[in-house]
Design a protein around this ligand. Structure first.
Ligand code: NAI
Length: 728
């Protein structure tokens, strides 16, 4: 399969177009090395060719990276290293061709991973100023490192510190920022990209354009900042570089807690290249790449990536004839914390929103919240003043139902109270009879809310997470009577506003809140039995959660946690009973951060410190004695895994895939552990059941293994049938 098309013009510029047949975006695939080496070898020899211009034939993508399915099929580290070696050689061939005649690359769209490495091997880089143009090395996000020379060429081009910043975080930058970093030489409007690139190719060939690259373009005031001066001093001498690498490693380990090997390896490959020269650097890069491709961490991250890709194509319903309705306008009821957040993300996606609340004061608070998010984005230059105005213009407000009649979807985020929800259902059916009614309730079953509706097929759940503009997950809930069209419509809407969407069936706590409840309960039991707050939180943070359960309770509100715990207890019985006496915390006014009184102190100090007076409310008082870190984490995590298995067994979840994605994107389940189902698969169901039974003997019914787990333990089966989920 050929991916290159070459057209040499009368001006001696050979236009090389990268075009993977039949795909919307370009990726680097098997066989590209051979084709590259042959093509650039030939062009370097061809006397009719004075210069080469490399570009993508796709309308809005340059090269998005290596084909990840190709990587996921690799079985051994040696095979993966060989692939990296091949990629490095192809890039080297490109760089060598550039020494004989200039190779200009025109970048429009994503130049990520292998795509950026391709650009780095060219002589001159010119990018379009379009927002779709993004440059970066996102490999670490899949547990990998750049494998086609990126760890060597990038630091060489933009300096070690800047390269570390890009490679270790995996973040991408837009064209203007890339220009400032020295990552591209020139930025022009998309309309003239190819024309200017061609001209630069001719000028370079004729010796009329000299490339002068400073290290990093630093403006004067910035130059005076000591850390920049320090950074330059550090990079330019061997002792300084050593310190730079040591500091980077320390900062990295604090962040990854040793769970993510890829950024550590990337750092090491860069260090080896800088200290021992490119040959050793390339060898290290290929070896590390090989080792990482087949590592468990990378496999888990790749599986999650595939799961999110598959979800993008999932309509959310099994009925292929169900089509989403076209959504041209959304009405949002309630301008509180959630309502304002949902209105913001909707307008941000370009959809007109009518926002309703009871009075002007409530609307004012909502608008202030929205303006705050927009201002922050404008300050970070993510949004131009014009874009800010355009988004705000999509938002109108009201204290009655005017302007809601023609809304296609009405989302409610009014108070969490069944009679209030019923009242709005009836009002909406009267005012906008055909609209789909989506509730953002966090705990009331959708079926109960729909009881007030005369058209219950239009009632569906859209459970967003707080803060709405930051949290990636949307949990759509299908009630007993919800129609497929309603589900498909809000799933499509959720995707349009940039969320990863899972669809679950109705039930107390739906999926995410339900599996969180026994996890938090277990932490509460451990606390009640005398463990220290910091030990509990540390155990789960060490496991890989962003925050521990006690801190989570402080953030969410201990009263909220307690309320949910009781709802779950009522619904599921003894298995979900919260520990006795926990409500004493709430009764004593300890609600968490919002009351400045929780498990932690909320004073002036920036240091996180446990409020030891909280221990006086427990039987053991100040005398604390914690189980081992391993036991704390295991007990809490097993609770979550077991409840997830209940959800799958009872049909709350459509698939294990959705359960993993929901936990990772909604609850901060450690991505490198793949989600509760992947985690259970990695241990084996028999092992999970055995551990649960051990705790069951000690602590009773709350550790009874879920029937689905017992069944898999018996059959030796797995939650995920295939080791790697395929997207096509
Ligand atoms: P909030 O108290 O900040 O906002 C509720 C808003 O609804 C208030 O501005 C109130 O004036 C308005 N309101 C009440 N009745 C109304 C009516 N009939 N028509 C129009 N507006 C009305 O509450 P929050 O936190 O935004 O929660 C809203 C909903 O979202 C609740 O159902 C809650 O369970 C759910 N939720 C909350 C999450 C959170 O983290 N706070 C997360 C996910 C869901």
């Amino acid at each position: 399969m050929s991916v290159l098309r070459i057209e040499t013009g009368p001006d001696g510029v050979a236009l090389v177009l990268y075009d993977v047949p039949g795909e919307a975006v370009n990726t680097l695939r098997h066989g590209f090395q051979e084709e590259f080496e042959a093509a650039f070898g030939r062009l370097a020899e061809d006397s009719a060719v004075k210069a080469i211009l490399l570009a993508s034939a796709k309308p809005d993508s340059f090269v998005a990276g290596a084909d990840i399915e190709m990587l996921s099929r690799i079985k051994t580290a040696a095979e993966a290293s060989a692939l990296a070696r091949g990629g490095q050689q192809a890039m080297q061939r490109l760089e060598d061709a550039g020494k004989r005649k200039p190779v200009v690359v025109a970048i429009h769209g994503a130049a990520l991973g292998g795509g950026l490495e391709l650009a780095l091997a060219c002589t001159y880089r010119i990018a379009s100023d379009d927002r779709r143009t993004q440059l970066g090395q996102p490999e670490v996000q899949l547990g990998l490192i750049p494998g086609a020379g990126g760890t060597q060429r990038l630091p060489h081009l933009i300096g070690i510190a800047q390269a570390l910043d890009l490679i270790l975080t995996g973040k991408s930058v837009r064209a203007q920022k890339a220009r400032k970093l020295g990552l591209v030489d020139e930025v022009v409007p998309k309309a003239i990209l190819l024309e200017v690139a061609r001209r630069r190719a001719r000028e370079l060939a004729a010796g009329e354009l000299r490339i002068e690259r400073g290290k990093v373009e630093l403006k004067l005031p910035k130059l005076l900042r000591t850390e920049v001066l320090q950074q330059i001093a550090l990079e330019d001498n061997p002792v300084g570089r050593k310190i730079l690498f040591q500091q980077a490693r320390k900062a990295l380990l604090e962040k990854t807690r040793g769970h993510y090997p890829a950024p550590e390896r990337a750092l090491e490959a860069i260090r080896i290249g800088t200290e021992k020269g490119p040959e050793e650097g390339y060898r290290a890069e290929a070896n590390f790449f090989g080792e990482l491709v087949v590592s468990d961490v990378s496999r888990r991250l790749v599986e999650i990536f595939f799961a999110t890709q598959a979800l993008k194509k999932d309509t959310g319903v099994d009925d292929p004839s169900a089509r989403p309705r076209k959504v041209e306008k959304v009405a949002m009821l309630g301008a509180g914390l959630m309502g304002a957040g949902i209105a913001y993300v909707t307008a941000d996606a370009g959809i007109p929103v009518r926002l309703k609340d009871k009075d002007d004061a409530a609307l004012g608070r909502g608008l202030k919240q929205i303006a705050g998010i927009l201002d922050e984005r404008a300050r970070r230059k993510r949004l131009s003043p014009r874009e800010r105005e355009e988004k705000l213009a999509l938002l109108t407000v009201t204290t009655d139902y005017s302007g809601i009649r023609n809304a296609d979807v009405v989302i409610e985020a009014v108070f969490e109270d069944l009679s209030t929800k019923h009242a709005v259902v009836r009002e909406v059916e009267r005012e906008a009879p055909n609209a789909i009614f989506a509730s953002n309730t966090s705990s009331i079953p959708i079926g109960l809310i729909a009881e007030a509706a005369s058209r219950p097929q239009n009632v569906v759940g859209m459970h967003f997470f707080s803060p709405v503009h930051k949290m990636p997950l949307l949990e759509v809930i299908r009630g007993r009577s919800t129609g497929a069209e309603s589900v498909a419509t809000v799933v499509a809407l959720g995707k349009r506003i940039g969320k990863t969407v899972i669809v679950v069936n109705d039930g107390p706590g739906f999926y995410t809140s339900r599996i969180l409840a026994p996890y938090v309960n277990e932490a509460a039991f451990i606390f009640n039995d005398g463990a220290a707050v910091e030990d509990i939180d540390r155990a789960l943070v060490d496991f890989g959660f962003p925050v521990g359960p006690m801190q989570l309770l402080d953030e969410v509100g201990i009263d909220v946690g307690s309320k949910v715990a009781h709802i779950m207890h009522e619904a599921f019985g003894a298995r979900l009973a919260p520990p006795a006496g926990f409500e004493k915390l709430v009764e004593s006014g300890r609600l968490g951060r919002k009351s400045k009184k929780g498990f932690y102190l909320y004073g002036e100090s920036k240091e996180k410190e446990v409020d030891r007076t909280v221990y006086e409310l427990t039987a053991q008082g100040q005398k604390r004695s914690s189980p081992t870190t391993g036991e704390i984490a295991e007990r809490c995590v097993l609770q979550m895994v077991n409840e997830a298995a209940h959800c799958l067994g009872e049909g709350i979840l459509r698939s294990a895939r959705d359960g993993d994605v929901g936990a990772v994107f909604g609850l901060g389940w450690p991505p490198f552990r793949g989600g509760p189902f992947r985690y259970a698969d990695s241990l084996g169901a028999a092992q999970v059941v055995e551990r649960l039974r051990r705790y069951q003997e000690k602590f009773g019914v709350r550790f009874t293994p879920a029937p689905k787990l017992v069944q898999l333990a018996g059959s030796g089966g797995k939650f995920h049938q295939a080791d790697v989920v395929k997207t096509r």
